[in-house]
Each structure stands twice: as C-alpha cells, then as structure tokens.
Design a binder for this molecule. Structure first.
Ligand code: HEM
Length: 397
C-alpha cells in the first residue's frame, strides 16, 4: 500500500494515496515511525496550526535531522514567533518587484537553452528536456538574484547539484558524505560568508545586499540569517522549479487536447501552472512534529511524533477538487491548493517559481508546440519527499 521508499510507489504514488485517503486517513507507519495525513482538509488544517504541528524538529521523518546536517535551523525549520520576525525581515529584501525585474534576462536565458537543445539535436544527439532546459533555469535565476558574478557561476552549479542530491536522498547521514556533498555545502557556505561580508561593506543592487540592509522594528538580519536564507533558497528553489517545468511538458504530452487549449490561448499558461503543480507536485510530503496529543478521525497522535503532510495526496483529494480530481484541466478554478504549502511557511519563492515556469513554457511552446518526452528512457529522482526527474529525453523538437 503506502511505502514511501518503494520504487513502485515513487513511480506512481497516486493509487496508494487514494487508499490512504479513503481507508486510513491518519496512517501509522512503523519503520521509521511516523504518521501520515492524506486528506486535503486535514493537511490544510495541520499545516496552518504550527502551535500543534511544529517545524522545529526538521521536515523529514528522520530523528535529529537538523543535528545530522550540522546546520543551525533555517527559516523553514523555525516556529513562530522567531519565524514571524525572520520572515518579515526577509520579505523586505525578497520583494515581488525584485523577482519581476528578472523577466527579460530570464527570457533571454531560456531562449539560449532552447537553442542549445536544438544544436544537440542537429548534432544527432537527443536533447534532454530536464538536464538541458528545465534544470539550468532556476540555477541561473538564483545565481543572478544572489548576485553571483559571471565567472563564479561555474562553481555555483556543482553546489546546487550537491544540495539537490542531498534532498533526493532524503537528508540521510550517508548521503551527506556521498559525492562530497558535505564538502560542497561547506564550500558554498564559505563562499557566501565572504559575499555577505563584501556586500555589507559595499552594497550593490542584489538580493544579498538587500537582505543585509533589511530592517524591521529595529531588528536586522545577522550574517547567519542571510546565509541560512541563501541555503534554503538554493536547496528549496532549484529542483522544485525545474521539476515543475518538466512535469508541465510531460503532462501536456499526455493530454493533447489540453495542449491545444494552451496553444490557442497562451494567456492560460499562468493559471495552468497551478494545475500542473496540483497534479504533479515537486514537494510531495514534508513532516511536522506534534507538540501535544492531537486527535483526528478518532485516532490519537501522541505528542512528539513526526507527522507527514502528504501534499501530493491532498492536492488530488476528490473531497476538495471533485470527482475528476485526477484529470488535467488547464482552466480548472483552484481557490486553494497545497503545491506551495499554506500558512506561515507558504513558499516565499512562489512568485519566482511561477515567473520561471511561465517564461519557460511560453518560449518553449511558441517555438516547439509539439515537444514531448520519452518516458521509456526517463529517469526519476528517488525520494519520499520530492517528485521529479534526473533525466527526461525530449521528443518532437
Ligand atoms: C515549483 C517550485 C517550488 C515549490 C513546489 C516549492 C514548495 C515549497 C513548499 C511546499 C514550502 C513549505 C515547506 C513546508 O511545508 O515546511 C516552501 C517553502 C519555502 N520555499 Fe519554496 N517552492 C518552490 C520554489 C521556491 C523558490 C524558487 C524559492 C526561492 C526563493 C523558494 C524558497 C522557499 C523558502 C525560503 C521557503 C520557506 C518559507 C518559510 O519557512 O517561511 N521556493 N516551498
């Protein structure tokens, strides 16, 4: 039934999610021990109640995840009131205007990536939609926002992939040492520590300068706060965004009539992004820890237990989205969803993710309206927490 580690589950988790929602909405998993909530209403309410469902013990079902990573807790692993103060400060620097200002450069980069895929095909190779297109886009956007100078960007990409590997493996202690991931993280922290010091001394118009200057109620961000935020952005904003773009193309490949609707009216792309994320969420599940006993559907979850929020299941719950919840409808009205979570930790990068995915799809569909993917040769990432691709060969370029 529900085994978050099994390759079969990871390939297609949706039948197991449905059974959980229908038969066992407060599921107890034994090894490792955790609980799982699968219905929309339950996940929605729990995530909006950080007093009972805390983020401070980390977001996976592994005990002592924060200690194992060797990191001080970052914004996403803090509860109110500390989280509230930090989020307010970060929001002063990470503004919608700053994100919107990226659009022209991003579009130029996206066009370059399309040209690179075309060149690969012209050379007789098969382009990889994920590796050659979707995945480099967020790395570019984040490097640009953070003000990583052009010559340093070649160093930035391997750090990103080390963090991504960590995530794919679910932050296990073993994966920390694998492929030098811990070294890469340490190197990245060293690099950004120097950047922060340099920007404090001589501010520019980049996000790090804005974060070091942000002030609210007489409080400012410490170097560690800025570093921690850079870490969450790079760890949480890369693969998630790349996978949204790849999943969008894969879903359109499976639903030609929906593709026709988008091609006939590209203005629909903005709304369709949320539908893609609802059906194939990059973040499938994250944990909270109960601070007190909680009773749900007559089941008592004791205090101090890890509880997985199955966002990927909640987003397909027929109780919320109707009997056709599993169907792609690019014009579906979606008053609420959990693709970016909800409540205090609602994804602060959702505007940035949507900007990138919109520009990527606008450009790709206008140049290659019939682009598809070869699922028989695709390689998925293996994670109980995230959903996406390592490789997704493109067709019809
Ligand atoms: C499609 C792309 C993305 C998805 C699906 C996604 C998803 C999420 C989710 C589900 C959370 C809540 C975590 C939780 O429940 O504990 C979150 C938080 C967060 N995301 Fe994203 N994210 C995406 C893109 C980005 C980007 C591009 C950034 C870059 C800035 C970003 C930065 C963050 C940060 C900093 C938080 C923590 C916010 C807080 O704790 O207050 N995300 N994201």
């Amino acid at each position: 039934m529900y085994d978050p580690f099994s390759p079969a589950f990871q390939a297609d988790p949706y039948p197991a999610y449905r059974r959980l929602r229908d038969e066992d909405p407060v599921h107890r998993h034994d090894d490792p021990p955790f609980w799982a909530l699968s219905r929309f209403e339950d996940v929605w309410a729990a995530v909006r109640d950080p007093a009972a469902f805390s983020s401070a013990q980390g977001l996976t079902f592994y005990p002592d995840e924060i200690g194992r990573l060797g990191l001080a807790p970052t914004i996403v692993m803090l509860d109110p009131p500390r989280h509230t103060a930090l989020r307010r400060l970060v929001s002063h620097g990470f503004t919608p205007r700053r994100v919107a200002a990226l659009e022209d450069r991003l579009r130029a980069f996206v066009r370059d990536r399309i040209a690179a895929m075309e060149r690969r095909e012209a050379d007789g190779e098969q382009a990889d939609l994920h590796r050659d297109f979707s995945s480099p886009i967020p790395t570019y956007a984040l490097a640009h926002l953070l003000g990583v100078p052009e010559p340093d960007r070649a160093r930035f990409a391997p750090w990103v992939s080390a963090l991504t590997t960590l995530q794919d493996d679910g932050f296990t202690a073993a994966s920390l040492n694998e492929a030098g991931a811990a070294d890469a993280v340490a190197e990245m922290f060293g690099y950004f520590t120097d950047v922060i010091a340099a920007r404090r001394a001589d501010p520019g118009d980049d996000l790090i300068s804005a974060l070091t200057a942000a002030e609210a109620d007489g409080e400012k961000l410490t170097d560690w706060d800025v570093l921690g935020f850079c870490f969450v952005m790079v760890a949480g904003g890369n693969d998630t965004t790349g996978n949204l773009i790849s999943h969008a193309v894969a879903l359109l490949d499976e639903h030609p009539a929906e593709r026709e609707r988008l091609l006939a009216d590209p203005a629909l792309i903005t709304g369709a992004l949320v539908e893609f994320l609802r059906l194939e969420g990059s973040v499938q599940a994250l944990a909270r820890t109960t601070t007190r006993p909680v009773t749900l559907h007559d089941v008592e979850i004791p205090a101090g237990q890890k509880v997985m929020m199955l966002y990927g299941s909640a987003n397909r719950d027929e109780r919320e989205f109707g009997p056709d919840a599993d169907r792609l409808d690019v014009t579906r009205a979606i008053p609420r969803h959990l693709g970016f979570a909800t409540g205090v930790h609602f994804c602060i990068g959702s505007h940035l993710a949507k900007l990138q995915a919109r520009v990527a799809l606008e450009e790709l569909l206008s140049r290659h309206p019939n682009i598809g993917v070869d699922r028989t040769r695709a390689v998925r990432i293996h994670s109980p927490f995230t959903r996406g691709w390592r490789s997704l060969p493109a067709t019809n370029l």
